[in-house]
Design a protein around this ligand. Structure first.
Ligand code: ADP
Ligand code: MG
Length: 730
């Protein structure tokens, strides 16, 4: 046998760990090495240019052309000192990867002299010919051209690929008429909306607060498998997941991988991509094995959301690239393997003031605790009121495999806050009707600080089943998919928070105008919000069937599939919300909806094709070949004059294989017809629903029979690497 499968196994068996990865003396020695930080800028820029850049980063001040040219010149000087010859605007179109278009600094002047140049105009704006990125019809309606524009708040960095070094300028990507075509533009707008609303609310408690930034610490789960084995699986290559494959005798049931020692080959790879990440300023902190075999996780120290999002996008790219050097493949898909856990990307989120306060950390005094409670309860109300948008923000073909399966947060959006804070809310709520008049009494009830140890104790792993959990000093949005750009979740979360806080301010001001004391007014509105939102709070097991029933009783939505979850983007509530905060105008929102539907359709369509192809030209021929072996065998035994009982087993296997072959064949045909019907539909939503309801159900049916064939056919003839090899060999 010379199939790719066995070649890969042979190669793997002979593998002796060829890649050497040097360890830095200290991480700080390489951290930010390839980033144009303010500290570096200080070195390479004039006073004036430096101040202008710093003011833009800290206070969002505009940088004028002249200043931009000075900054560009300094950046080039720095970059060239590091062997950079090219630059690119680096942006995040609505695919799951960053985009680049490289230009050299090299140019030829009118008089024929060749020089290197990078001017302010090239730093500030570019017009990549990027007309093939998803635009949801926006560019057809308006202008074909798309522009990238510099985001000074995210520092420029250098990507090293082999000996090639490229200066990358983080940018937004917009159409000629200003409609956003990427993740970053709306994210920056959402963060600004949050800043505005949150500062106003903070000012009830502290007049010195002038800026609130949202913070994000993501936890990236991923699988790593041998590249040789992966290359022998066309489904992994084409779709990022295995569409066939019988469960191995051993899966994750022994839980011997979770937090176990990291296999050496993977460990070397991790150190390698971590070093690359440190150079790029990604502050990675944690690494460990995850639950499923060959599954791992890494997490950084949290950062301001915009930077954290860029860093996650960069990390996914760095990991995938570095893996190649090690003969490995990183799988970022939400569900690469059936029967074992899929991967998510927890988004730990909070808000911080420019006075250094984490708004979701219980304070030291009753006054700061009232501020904590305000932001805490507003978050609960935001998620309660916009659970549909939170669900839509995490909807994707890949995540559909995870949400609601018994391993990941359910498709029902609920919030876990822990026993202690539940009691605090109940206490506040119990005063409905009774007026808060005695300020001291309120404050007494809010002396949360004394019980902080209890609070932290309360936030152990037992709440893993909640899609949105309070974990001591932050909320953790756990239902985000592993391959997703965090921006989607962050745009929604920060916008709904901005909106809720704005509402809160209005209501509190209303009461104050009526003569209520500030603290009393705040407390009253908090109380109303608790009553209004408490049905979204759930402390129990989110994976249980009882919760599904209970959630239905409470009227919480439980939308299990992407095409329906995305409906939330077309409600008038959503339009008003995003428009009010200048995050999306209604055309942009419609475009996002359209793009998400198209993405879903394409992914399922590709999977359908891969299943059809693999079944027809990999699985069936292999099964038929093996049948022929059996037939030869039976014929031979018969010729020798043996009784039928001597080859009964062979006949039974032949019969079984025949049955599976027939079913696979006919189901593939039916699926192809269903795909044709779906493709004939014109509206994306109808098409997505058809793919979901009419095409996708065939996937599992076909798989069932293919996986049975895998068990029946001679192992040496089976071409596709088996699960036991994919997830256990390295
Ligand atoms: P877990 O128990 O979920 O692993 P960790 O303490 O390890 O919790 O934190 C997970 C992530 O949450 C890390 O990236 C961490 O930096 C981040 N995190 C901690 N505090 C905050 C915060 N205030 N805002 C955003 N993320 C935070
Ligand atoms: Mg976590």
């Amino acid at each position: 046998m010379s199939s790719l499968r066995f070649k890969a196994i042979d190669k793997l068996t002979a593998f002796k760990g060829e890649v050497e990865v040097a360890s830095p003396a200290k991480i700080t020695a390489i951290f930010n090495e390839n980033v144009f930080t303010l500290k570096t800028a200080r070195e390479f820029l004039s006073d004036e240019a430096y101040k202008s850049l710093a003011a833009s980063i800290k206070g969002g001040k505009r940088i004028d052309r002249n200043m931009a040219s000075q900054i560009a010149a300094g950046m080039r000087q720095w970059a060239e000192s590091k062997g950079v010859t090219h630059f690119t605007h680096w942006f995040q179109p609505l695919t799951n990867a960053a985009a680049e278009k490289h230009d050299s600094f090299f140019t030829i002047k009118g008089d024929g002299t060749a020089i290197e140049e990078f001017d302010g105009a090239a730093l500030i704006q570019q017009e990549p010919d990027a007309s093939s990125f998803p635009s949801g019809g926006l560019r057809a309606t308006f202008e074909a051209r798309g522009y990238t524009a510099w985001d000074p708040s995210s520092p420029a960095f250098i990507i090293e690929i082999g000996q090639g070094h490229t200066l990358c300028i983080p940018t937004i990507f917009v159409s000629y008429t200003g409609e956003s075509l990427d993740y970053k533009a709306p994210l920056l707008k959402a963060l600004e909306a949050l800043n505005k609303s949150a500062v106003e609310v903070c000012n009830y408690f502290d007049r010195n607060v002038t800026k609130v930034t949202a913070t994000l610490g993501w936890e990236q789960e991923y699988f790593v498998i041998d590249a040789g084995l992966a290359n022998a699986r066309p489904d992994l290559i084409m779709t990022g997941r295995t569409v066939f494959g019988h469960s191995p005798a051993k899966g994750q049931q022994l839980e011997d991988h979770y937090f176990g020692s990291i296999p050496e080959r993977i460990y070397t790879f991790m150190r390698d991509f971590e070093n690359e990440s440190y150079k790029l300023g990604i502050p990675l902190r944690t690494r460990h094995n995850e639950v499923a075999p060959s599954q791992f996780e890494c997490a950084p120290i949290f950062e301001e959301v915009n930077i954290a999002v860029d860093h996650n996008v960069l990390l996914m790219d760095v990991m995938s690239r570095v893996a190649k050097r090690h003969g490995l493949v990183v799988l970022l898909h939400e569900k690469p393997f059936a029967g074992i856990n899929g991967s998510g990307k927890h988004n730990n989120w909070s808000m911080a003031t420019d006075t250094g306060v984490n708004l979701l950390a219980p304070g030291k005094t009753p006054k700061t605790n009232l501020m904590f409670l305000t932001f805490f309860v507003n978050t609960i109300k935001a998620v309660h009121d916009h659970a549909d948008l939170m669900r839509a923000a995490i909807a994707s073909a890949g995540n559909d495999h995870r949400l609601g399966a018994n391993e990941a947060p359910p498709a029902i959006i609920s919030i876990f806050i822990g026993k202690f804070l539940s009691e605090v809310l109940t206490e506040v709520e119990s005063r409905v009707g009774k007026k808060f008049s005695e300020q001291d009494e309120i404050m007494l009830k809010l002396d949360i600080h004394k019980t902080i140890p209890e609070l932290l104790l309360d936030n152990t792993d037992r709440n893993r089943t909640s899609p949105f959990a309070f974990t001591g000093n932050k909320f953790e949005f756990r239902a985000v998919g592993s391959s997703a750009n965090c921006a989607n979740a962050m745009i929604t979360l920060n916008t709904i928070m901005a909106d809720t806080l704005g509402q809160f301010k209005k209501e509190v001001d209303g009461l104050i105008e009526k003569g209520e004391k500030k603290e009393v007014a705040i407390m009253q509105v908090i109380q109303q919000y608790i009553v209004h939102s408490k049905k979204v709070l759930f402390e129990g097991d989110g994976y249980s069937e009882e919760w599904e029933k209970e959630a239905a009783r409470r009227g919480l939505p439980n939308v299990k599939t992407t095409p329906l979850a995305l409906d939330a983007l077309s409600t008038s509530k959503a339009k008003h919300l995003f428009e009010a905060h200048h995050v999306y105008n209604h055309l942009e929102l419609e475009a996002r909806h359209e793009i998400a539907l198209e993405d879903y359709i394409k992914k399922v369509q590709i999977e359908g094709r891969v299943i059809g192809d693999l079944a027809t030209n990999h699985i069936l021929p292999t099964a038929i070949n093996y049948q022929n072996n059996l037939i030869q065998n039976v014929k031979g035994l018969k010729e020798l004059g043996l009784k039928e009982s001597a080859y009964k087993a062979q006949l039974d296997v032949l019969q079984e294989i025949s049955e599976h072959i027939q079913i696979v064949r006919s189901k593939v045909e039916e699926m192809t017809e269903a795909r044709k019907d779906a493709n004939a539909l014109t509206h994306s939503r109808d098409k997505a629903l058809a793919y979901n309801d009419k095409v996708k159900p065939f996937f599992d049916e076909i798989r069932y029979h293919v996986d049975k064939l895998e068990l029946l056919v001679d192992d040496t003839q089976w071409e596709l690497p088996k699960y036991r090899e994919l997830v256990f060999l390295r």
